[in-house]
Design a protein around this ligand. Structure first.
Ligand SMILES: *Cc1c(COP(=O)(O)O)cnc(C)c1O
Length: 432
C-alpha cells in the first residue's frame, strides 16, 4: 500500500511506522521530525550481508555509504550488523570513531580530501583511502612516509558508464570530477606510481557509477570493465589486485511508479558478471565491496510536518505550508525529486486533493513537492512525507536560521530520540 513496508494505518486511521503512531510521535517530539524504522535498516543491511555470503562465499563487505544519513546511532547499527562504512569527510569519520566504529572497516572517499583530513584518516588507521587523483596520491604517500606507515589504498576508476539518469550511457571519456580515467592511461599511471612508492599499498580498485539506478545493466557493464582493468594492471605491472569495490547507487521506491530491482537479484546478476570476467582473464575472484547508502536508510525514514496554512489560488494551485522544507529536505529544490505524501491523521481516507507542499523558507523554490495527491490538508494536520531517510537530514541546513529537526528511531513500536532538535542556543553557538 505504501512505498515502504514499515508503514501502515492503525485503527485510529493514523499512519504508523514500525508500529508507532506518527500523530502521537509528532505530538511527543514536535515537528518537523525525522522518523526512522530500525527494523527496515537492519533488514536491508542483513539482506546485503546475506548476498555476500550467497554469491561470493562471504568474501565481501557491505560498506554503508554514510553520507546518506550520518549520526552516531546509524554507525552503531552498522557496526552491530557487521557492516563497514564509507565516509567522505573528517566530520563523518569523527562521528563514526566517536562510537568506536572499527577503523579498519572504514573507506575514506572524496575528490578533494584536505591535507589535515588525510593526516587524520591515516593516523586513525582507516581501512582504505579511496584515492581520487594523482595529486592526492602524492600527498598520501608523503604523509604515510612521514608517519613511517604503509597506507592501504584503492584507486577510484571511471569505468566510462554514466548512470545518473534512468538511461545510462557508455561514453568514451566520462565527464566527471571523480576518479581516474581509464582511456587516457591516467588510472594505469596511478598504479605505476604506487608500485614505485612503498608507503602506499594498492589493494584494489573502486568505482561508483551513479545513484538511484533502477537497472542492473549499467552495474554489470561497470563490473566487466573493472575486472578488465584488473587484468590490464596485472599484464602491465604484474600487480595482482585482490579487492574490487563496486560502489553504491541502488534505486529505491519514492513513489509507487518506481520499480527498483530487488537487491538480491542485483547482487546475483552482478556476481555472475564478476565470476565470468574473472574466469575469462584467469583471475581469482577478488574480495568484493559494495557501498549502498540510499537503499539502506531511504525507505526506512519519513518526515512529519505540521500544516500551518492552506492557500487556495483558484484555477492555479493550492499551497499547503508546512513547518519545514528545504532546511530539512533540500532534494526538491536541488533536483525536483518526487515524494509521496499523506495526511498522517487521515491516512485511512482517500487522497482527494492535489496540492503543492510548500516549505517555510523565503525562497519560492522551497517546496517539498508539486502536484502531490493527498488527503485534503487542513491547518493543524500532520503531513508525512515518505522515503526521506536518505539525503535529507544529511543535507539539512540552517537557512533562515531554522534549527535542524530532531530524529527518532522506532523499534518494536517504541521511539527513542537519536538526534536532538537544535535549540536557539545552537543557532548562535558559533557567532562571536
Ligand atoms: C554516494 C556514494 C555512494 C552511495 O550511493 P547511494 O546511491 O546512496 O547508494 C557509494 N559510494 C560512493 C563513492 C558515493 O559517493
Amino acid at each position: 500500500m505504501f512505498v515502504s513496508e514499515c508503514l501502515s494505518v492503525n485503527d485510529a486511521g493514523h499512519l504508523t511506522i514500525g508500529g508507532a503512531d506518527t500523530v502521537e510521535l509528532a505530538r511527543q517530539f514536535g515537528t518537523p521530525l525525522y522518523v526512522f524504522d530500525e527494523a527496515t535498516i537492519r533488514n536491508t543491511m542483513r539482506e546485503y550481508n546475506a548476498s555476500m555470503k550467497k554469491f561470493y562465499n562471504g568474501a565481501g563487505l557491505v560498506a554503508y555509504a554514510s553520507k546518506a544519513f550520518s549520526c552516531k546511532e546509524i554507525y552503531r547499527i552498522a557496526k552491530d550488523e557487521g557492516c563497514g562504512i564509507d565516509v567522505v569527510s573528517a566530520g563523518e569519520l569523527y562521528t563514526a570513531l566517536s562510537v568506536d566504529f572499527p577503523a579498519e572497516k572504514i573507506f575514506y572517499h572524496g575528490n578533494n580530501k584536505t591535507v589535515s583530513e588525510l593526516v587524520y584518516a591515516i593516523e586513525s588507521g582507516v581501512g582504505r583511502i579511496v584515492v581520487d587523483n594523482l595529486t592526492e596520491l602524492e600527498r598520501i604517500s608523503e604523509i604515510a612516509a612521514s608517519q613511517s606507515k604503509i597506507v592501504p589504498i584503492l584507486i577510484r576508476v571511471k569505468p566510462g558508464i554514466d548512470a545518473h539518469t534512468h538511461d545510462f550511457i557508455r561514453t568514451g571519456q566520462i565527464d566527471s570530477k571523480f576518479g581516474f580515467a581509464l582511456e587516457t592511461g591516467e588510472a594505469l599511471e596511478a598504479v605505476k606510481y604506487i608500485k614505485e612508492h612503498k608507503s602506499v599499498e594498492l589493494k584494489g580498485i573502486h568505482c561508483h557509477i551513479g545513484s538511484q539506478i533502477f537497472e542492473v545493466s549499467p552495474f554489470e557493464l561497470a563490473a566487466e570493465v573493472m575486472v578488465g582493468f584488473m587484468n590490464t594492471v596485472r599484464q602491465e605491472t604484474g600487480i595482482i589486485l585482490t579487492e574490487l569495490n563496486l560502489g553504491g547507487g541502488f534505486g529505491i521506491k519514492y513513489v509507487p511508479e518506481n520499480d527498483p530491482v530487488p537487491y538480491m537479484g542485483y547482487m546475483e546478476m552482478v556476481s555472475k558478471v564478476v565470476h565470468d570476467a574473472c574466469k575469462k582473464y584467469g583471475l581469482d575472484i577478488p574480495f568484493i565491496v559494495i557501498e549502498p547508502g540510499r537503499s539502506i536508510v531511504g525507505p526506512a525514514g519519513i518526515t512529519l510536518y505540521t500544516v500551518g496554512g492552506v492557500k487556495d489560488i483558484p484555477n492555479i494551485r493550492t499551497y499547503v505550508s508546512v513547518d519545514g522544507g528545504m532546511t530539512d529536505n533540500p532534494r526538491y529544490i536541488l533536483y525536483q525529486s518526487v515524494y509521496e505524501a499523506l495526511v498522517a491523521n487521515k491516512a485511512d481516507k482517500p487522497k482527494d486533493a492535489v496540492v503543492t507542499l510548500a516549505g517555510r523558507c523565503c525562497e519560492s523554490g522551497d517546496l517539498v513537492g508539486e502536484g502531490m495527491p493527498i488527503q485534503r490538508p487542513e491547518v493543524g494536520d500532520i503531513v508525512a512525507v515518505l522515503a526521506t531517510g536518505a539525503y535529507n537530514y544529511s543535507m539539512a541546513s540552517n537557512y533562515n536560521r531554522v534549527p535542524r529537526a530532531a530524529a527518532v528511531m522506532v523499534k518494536d513500536s517504541e521511539a527513542r530520540l537519536i538526534i536532538r532538535r537544535e535549540s536557539m542556543e545552537d543557532i548562535i553557538k558559533n557567532d562571536i
